[in-house]
Every structure is written in structure tokens, then in C-alpha cells.
Design a protein around this ligand. Structure first.
Ligand SMILES: NC(=O)c1ccc[n+]([C@@H]2O[C@H](COP(=O)([O-])OP(=O)(O)OC[C@H]3O[C@@H](n4cnc5c(N)ncnc54)[C@H](OP(=O)(O)O)[C@@H]3O)[C@@H](O)[C@H]2O)c1
Length: 247
């Protein structure tokens, strides 16, 4: 059975990826969460969808390097990890970050520091095995800082460089590092966008794209793919134009 570890498994995007995995074939699935009680509904649902899969939960302090390292080492000692997906992130309103720098600290800790601690821990155990897919959920917000969400965006930008470095490290091997870059997606995180009437991608479509990119070992996947072109344009705008736009 394929061994899949999903970190931040209570995220809507991650949960929908898990549904696709257990519905496709029996898998050995480990859901890594910060609060076990939040995963109970998801575990019951996944067991119903994929009765032949093995689904279990691990609770860990997402900001503890020692706990993260020990957990990943333990999971790896049970056998090679085929797929690891790191999904968690925190999008607080930028206004709250400007009012209280504690919110800046929390955003960067949860959205940048914690995911790269997990990524480095998985890289360490995948390297000697010589294979595995390591997925990190970044965001289109990491492609250019904008006034509406630059604390969150900068956290995601850190992931861009981190994933690039890992891809360089594992070039020519069967360890594939995949950076997923969703645009606004209909999950609890994007509830304010939804309330404001913005067009959102469905979580099902983004999950399908995530699983597909991991299957293919793609370096970067914009989800839905139209965001590749949109962000190319946004990144290309000169500052004297960009800074006048309300985007
Ligand atoms: N939705 C979008 O529009 C969008 C767009 C681009 C990128 N993304 C990225 O996609 C990924 C999945 O997000 P989603 O849209 O599926 O959102 P979601 O359903 O709101 O899930 C957010 C996840 O982050 C976890 N989290 C929040 N605060 C945390 C903390 N302090 N410590 C540890 N974990 C924490 C949550 O865990 P709990 O359940 O324990 O709170 C949950 O697993 C994130 O990395 C997000 O940045 C989302």
C-alpha cells in the first residue's frame, strides 16, 4: 500500500486530496494535525470512502522542531514514505497584522516556518531512500507582495525559494518536490473572499490538481492552471504601475 502523510490534514484542500486518494486505491494514510479532536470527523468520513485504506491520526506541536523531527523519523522507520503533503497555513487579515505584530509572528510561524520544518524533516528521510513526492502548498500570494496580504504572501514567498532549493538538491533523483500554488479557493480560509462576491475555484478542482501534480512530480503547479498566466502578468508589471493598482 502506498504510504501517504498529510500535514495540516484538517485543511479543506488536504481533506479533499485524501478523499481522492482513498477512493482511488487502498492507501496507508497518516493525518498529522495540531488537535486530534478536529480530525475525528475526517477520519470517519475517509474510512467510509475507502474501507480498505488504513487511516490514522498523529498530533504534534506544529512549531516544535524536535517534535516534528521525531514524528517524521518515527513514521519513516515504519517504511518509506511515498507521498508527503504539507498543507497548513494561516491567513489573518493584513489589517490585524498591522495593528499587532504578534499577528505577523503567528502568520509567519504557521505559514512559513512550520511548513519548512516539516519539509526539511521529510527531505531528510526521503534522501537515503532515494524516492518520494514532497508537496508543499504555497499560494499565488507568494508571487508578488500586495498591500492586502503581504504578511501571508511573504510567508508563501519563503516557500517558493525553499521549494526551489529542495528541487535543486534533489535534481536527478526520484525525490520530487512539488510546489502547489492555488489561487483563491472555496475553503474556510477564503470565506471573506466568498462573502465579498469574489470568484473562487472549487476545492474539488484544486484537490484534483494537487493529486495530479504529485502523481506527475511537477515542480510547480498553479491551481487552477489559469493562475500561471495571471501571475506572470502580475509579476511583470513595473512598480510604478503596480503601486497604483488596487489589487
Ligand atoms: N483557500 C484559498 O483561497 C487558498 C489559496 C492559496 C493557498 N491556500 C493554501 O492552501 C492550504 C490549505 O488551506 P485551505 O484553503 O484548505 O484552508 P483551511 O481549510 O482553512 O485550512 C487551514 C489549515 O491550516 C491549519 N492551521 C490554521 N492555524 C494553524 C496553527 N496556528 N497551527 C497549525 N495549523 C494551523 C488548520 O488547522 P486547524 O483545523 O487545526 O485549525 C487547517 O488545517 C494553506 O497552506 C493555504 O495557505 C489556500
Amino acid at each position: 500500500m502506498k504510504r501517504i502523510v498529510v500535514v495540516g490534514a484538517t485543511s479543506a484542500i488536504a481533506e479533499h486530496c485524501c478523499r481522492l486518494w482513498v477512493e482511488r486505491e487502498p492507501v496507508d494514510l497518516v493525518l498529522v494535525v495540531r488537535d486530534r479532536s478536529r480530525a475525528e470527523r475526517i477520519v470517519a468520513d475517509l474510512r467510509g470512502r475507502g474501507p480498505k485504506s488504513r487511516v490514522r491520526v498523529e498530533q504534534v506541536d506544529f512549531l516544535s522542531a524536535s517534535e516534528i523531527g521525531a514524528l517524521v523519523d518515527r513514521l519513516s522507520s515504519e517504511g518509506p514514505i511515498d507521498v508527503a503533503l504539507i498543507a497548513h497555513g494561516l491567513l489573518l487579515p493584513q489589517r490585524l497584522c498591522q495593528q499587532d505584530i504578534a499577528n505577523v509572528q503567528e502568520t509567519i510561524a504557521v505559514t512559513a516556518l512550520s511548513p519548512v520544518l516539516f519539509a526539511e524533516a521529510f527531505a531528510k528521510v526521503m534522501e537515503p531512500v532515494g524516492r518520494g513526492s514532497l508537496g508543499l502548498i504555497g499560494s499565488v500570494a507568494g508571487d508578488r507582495g500586495r498591500r492586502v496580504n503581504y504578511t501571508y504572501g511573504a510567508s508563501k514567498a519563503l516557500m517558493n525559494a525553499y521549494a526551489q532549493g529542495l528541487q535543486h538538491r534533489f535534481a536527478g533523483t526520484d525525490v520530487k518536490v512539488v510546489l502547489l500554488k492555488p489561487g483563491p479557493t472555496d475553503t474556510p480560509m477564503a470565506a471573506p473572499h466568498k462573502a465579498a462576491g469574489r470568484r473562487l475555484a472549487s476545492v474539488e478542482e484544486v484537490a484534483r490538481g494537487t493529486v495530479h501534480a504529485l502523481d506527475r512530480g511537477r515542480a510547480v503547479a498553479y491551481l487552477p492552471p489559469r493562475w500561471r498566466l495571471i501571475m506572470f502578468v502580475v509579476r511583470s508589471l513595473p512598480a510604478f504601475i503596480f503601486n497604483r493598482l488596487n489589487i
